[in-house]
Design a protein around this ligand. Structure first.
Ligand SMILES: C[S@@+](CC[C@H](N)C(=O)[O-])C[C@H]1O[C@@H](n2cnc3c(N)ncnc32)[C@H](O)[C@@H]1O
Length: 364
């Protein structure tokens, strides 16, 4: 039988590392060993958990996400925002998704136009596909208030943790619905594999939700709309929540107060500490977008993914944008991507678009 309690030498043998390294880690509190009198002892189960926790740290990104990160970071001094939602970033986002930060007041505008939206959707059944689902709470609200005629709920997100959270939300709010999850990156191409599968599996048209001003965080919203359009038939619908341009409400202060922690997720994973840099939001009036930067306050260098990465004091990395849309921007964006807008409504700070793809003859 395997011994449940090990000496440091036995733990080192199990881990195939030098015992002196384990002694050093144990003395520095970095290894789960306890001192019993003068001797160190380790639980075998703690050694296994220790290896698993290291695996979680190094597997924060897939190989292709690591390549995308290094290319963006070294090539154009950017960290793609989507990577910030991985791992604990998901919980950090959920913790700050207060109305003025995450577009939570979308819920208010959805509620305000409840009758009109419900009326448009009545007498049809849909497979609901929530793109960039987050914790799924807005979708749950949408199902409860706008259309109960949903055959299934599917979350599509880059973040496995977000998909877990959305699953938990639906389990509580709508346990009767079939739940499916898709780990995917909608910036990488058409989502037709998913939409085609849902269509065949549930035998209804797809209603795609794209909420939380996720569209305003994209460096190329047109490209993503094309990706969505290429996965839709002309009977499918797309429902998008956007931040509406309100010159009297540019929430820099609240972003600087609340939406910073999330953006430390990737920098910290690659070894940029809070003592090395500061992160802050500014407003770019010409482009009508809030922009977030990380600025080094000292020279910094590390090896990441086998690559030496260096930045000098004062150099900046772009972490995020959050665009505000006018009515004209919105109509131009959707028309150019080949969508026909069925419903466009807005209040002071948010806009909603319900649209469907145009047949190719009608595209401009
Ligand atoms: C701003 S949050 C919105 C969450 C939710 N829809 C809401 O309104 O509360 C953006 C969500 O999209 C996901 N996301 C961002 N970029 C993505 C990408 N390229 N592919 C897939 N998911 C992405 C994030 O993980 C996150 O869950």
């Amino acid at each position: 039988m395997e011994r449940p309690i090990l000496t440091i030498k036995q733990a080192a043998k199990l881990l195939q590392v030098d015992p002196n390294t384990i002694y050093r880690w144990a003395r520095g509190g970095k290894f789960p060993a306890s001192k019993i009198g003068k001797e160190w002892r380790v639980l075998r189960s703690d050694v296994i958990k220790f290896v698993e926790s290291k695996k979680a740290q190094t597997q924060f990104l897939t190989k292709s996400q690591e390549a995308e990160l290094i290319t963006a970071l070294v090539g154009r001094r950017e960290i793609p925002l989507k990577l910030e939602y991985l791992g604990e970033g998901a919980d950090r986002y959920v913790a700050i998704s207060a109305p003025e930060v995450a577009g939570g007041s979308e819920v208010e505008i959805i509620y305000q136009y409840k009758e009109r939206l419900s009326d448009f959707l009545k007498n049809r059944r849909f497979n609901l596909l929530d793109i960039g689902c987050g914790d799924g709470k807005k979708a749950a609200f949408f199902i409860s208030n706008i259309t109960k005629q949903v055959s299934s709920y599917s979350g599509l997100d880059i973040s496995p943790r977000m998909l877990d959270l959305a699953g938990q939300t639906m389990q509580i709010a709508h346990p009767e619905l079939a739940y499916e999850q898709f780990i995917d990156d909608f910036e990488h191409g058409s989502i037709s594999n998913t939409t085609y599968y849902l269509n065949r599996r549930y035998q209804h048209n797809n209603l795609i939700l794209f909420l939380g001003n996720t569209i305003g965080n994209l460096s190329d919203a047109h490209r993503v709309l094309i990706n969505l359009r290429d996965g839709m038939s002309s009977q499918d619908l797309l429902f998008v929540g956007m931040a509406f341009y309100n010159p009297k409400n540019i929430p820099i202060a609240s972003y600087n107060e609340k939406a910073i922690d999330l953006l430390w997720t990737v920098p910290e994973k690659i070894g940029i500490g809070r003592q090395d840099a500061k992160i802050y939001w500014t407003y770019n009036a010409a482009l009508r977008q809030l922009e977030c930067q990380l600025e080094f306050i000292k020279n910094w260098g590390k090896i990441f993914g086998g690559n030496p990465i260096r930045f000098g004091k004062g150099q900046k990395i772009r972490l995020a944008i959050s665009r505000r849309f006018t009515k004209d921007d919105t109509f131009e964006l959707f028309a150019r991507a080949g969508f026909k807008i069925e419903i466009f409504v807005h209040d002071k700070d948010n806009a909603l678009v319900l649209c469907r793809p145009h047949a190719w003859e009608k595209r401009i």
